[in-house]
Write a protein that binds this ligand. Structure first.
Ligand code: GDP
Length: 298
C-alpha cells in the first residue's frame, strides 16, 4: 500500500534538498508534482484540490525557521496535511451510556464486513467486553456460517436466525438480537448486514430499516481500500442512504494505490476508526492518522 505514492513524494522532496530559499515558482512546481502524485494514487479530485491549496498557502507563508531547511519545511507541511486529511486524531468507539452499545456494519459485498465483525468482536473481548455478534446478512450464501466460524475463533457468541425467529428477515433478526443481548448481559452488539456488489436501492433501504430497528451508537462503513476511485461514490451513497458515524479501511495489506484511504474521511465527514490488514482475526488495529501519514512519507 502507498508504495508508489511514497516513492513519488520522496522523489519530489529530494529535488528540493540543497535549495536555499523556495521561490513562489519553486512552491508552485512542487505543489503541481504533489498534485499529480496524489491523483495517480487515486485520491479524489476535491480532496486533492483542498490538500494542494493548503500546502501552497502554508509553504508561502512559512516562517523562515532556523531549525528546518526549505525542503524539510515542505515535508513537515505535507506530513501535517496528510494527518489532517486522514482525520487528525484517532477517535475511539462511542459506547452507549446504557449498555448494550450497538455497532452496525455496512458496506458493499466483499468489502470485508463479516471478517471485520469477527476481528472487532475479538478485539473488544480482549478489552474486557462481552460482545455479541449478530448475523443479519441473510443475502450472501453462507455469510451466517462464516460469522459462526469467526465467532468460534474469537470466542464470541453469534446470534443467528432460527426457525420461527425471523428466518429470512434481517430486520427482525437484528431487532430480536438486542433483546437477546440484554438478557444475556452482552454489553456490545455487532450487527453484520448484507451488502451487494454495487450500490442498490433495496440494499440501502434494508440497511436503513435495520438501523431504525436497532438504533445503533455507531454505523461503521467498511470500505475495501483496493477499490480506487469508486470508493468515493460508494462512500457518498452510504453516507446519504444509511448515515454513517465511522469508517473502517479493510485490505490495507494489499498493494493498492491508497486513494480510498486518503479520500474517505473527507468524503464522508466521518473518522476512520480501525484498519484491517489481512484475513486473520489479529490483522486489525485502531487507526492512527499520524502513523499512517508517517508510513506514506517513509
Ligand atoms: P463481506 O461480504 O463484506 O462480509 O466481506 P468478507 O468479510 O466476506 O470478505 C471478503 C473477502 O476479503 C474474504 O475472502 C476475506 O477473507 C477477505 N478479507 C477481508 N478483510 C481483509 C483484509 O483486511 N485483508 C485481506 N487481504 N483480505 C481480507
Amino acid at each position: 500500500m502507498f508504495d508508489t505514492l511514497s516513492d513519488r513524494l520522496s522523489g519530489i522532496f529530494t529535488k528540493l534538498r540543497g535549495k536555499g530559499r523556495l521561490t513562489d515558482a519553486d512552491i508552485d512546481a512542487t505543489a503541481r508534482e504533489i498534485r499529480l502524485a496524489l491523483l495517480e494514487a487515486d485520491v479524489a479530485l476535491p480532496v486533492v484540490k483542498g490538500f494542494i491549496a493548503r500546502v501552497k498557502e502554508r509553504a508561502r507563508g512559512a516562517e523562515v525557521s532556523q531549525a528546518l531547511n526549505p525542503a524539510q519545511q515542505i515535508v513537515k507541511i505535507v506530513n501535517e496535511e496528510l494527518v489532517n486529511v486522514l482525520g487528525g486524531e484517532a477517535r475511539r468507539l462511542q459506547l452507549a451510556k446504557q449498555p448494550p452499545t450497538v455497532i452496525m456494519l455496512a458496506g458493499l459485498q466483499g468489502s470485508g464486513k463479516t471478517t471485520l465483525a469477527g476481528k472487532l468482536a475479538s478485539w473488544l473481548r480482549g478489552q474486557g467486553h462481552q460482545p455479541l455478534l449478530v448475523a443479519a446478512d441473510l443475502q450472501r450464501p453462507n455469510a451466517v456460517g462464516q460469522l459462526q466460524v469467526l465467532g468460534g475463533r474469537a470466542g464470541v457468541e453469534v446470534y443467528s436466525p432460527e426457525p420461527g425467529n425471523g428466518v429470512g428477515d434481517p430486520v427482525q433478526v437484528a431487532r430480536a438480537s438486542i433483546e437477546h443481548a440484554r438478557r444475556a448481559a452482552r454489553d456490545i452488539v455487532i450487527v453484520d448486514t448484507a451488502g451487494r456488489l454495487g450500490i442498490d436501492a433495496e440494499m440501502m433501504q434494508q440497511a436503513a430499516d435495520i438501523r431504525d430497528a436497532v438504533n445503533p451508537d455507531e454505523v461503521i462503513f467498511v470500505i475495501d481500500a483496493m477499490v480506487g476511485q469508486d470508493a468515493v461514490r460508494t462512500a457518498e451513497a452510504f453516507r446519504d442512504g444509511v448515515g454513517i458515524t465511522g469508517v473502517v479501511l479493510s485490505k490495507l495489506d494489499g498493494d493498492a494505490r491508497g486513494g480510498a484511504a486518503l479520500s474517505v474521511r473527507e468524503v464522508t465527514g466521518q473518522p476512520i476508526l480501525f484498519a484491517s490488514t489481512g484475513e486473520k482475526l489479529e490483522d486489525f488495529d485502531v487507526f492512527h492518522p499520524d502513523r499512517m501519514a508517517s508510513r506514506i512519507l517513509g
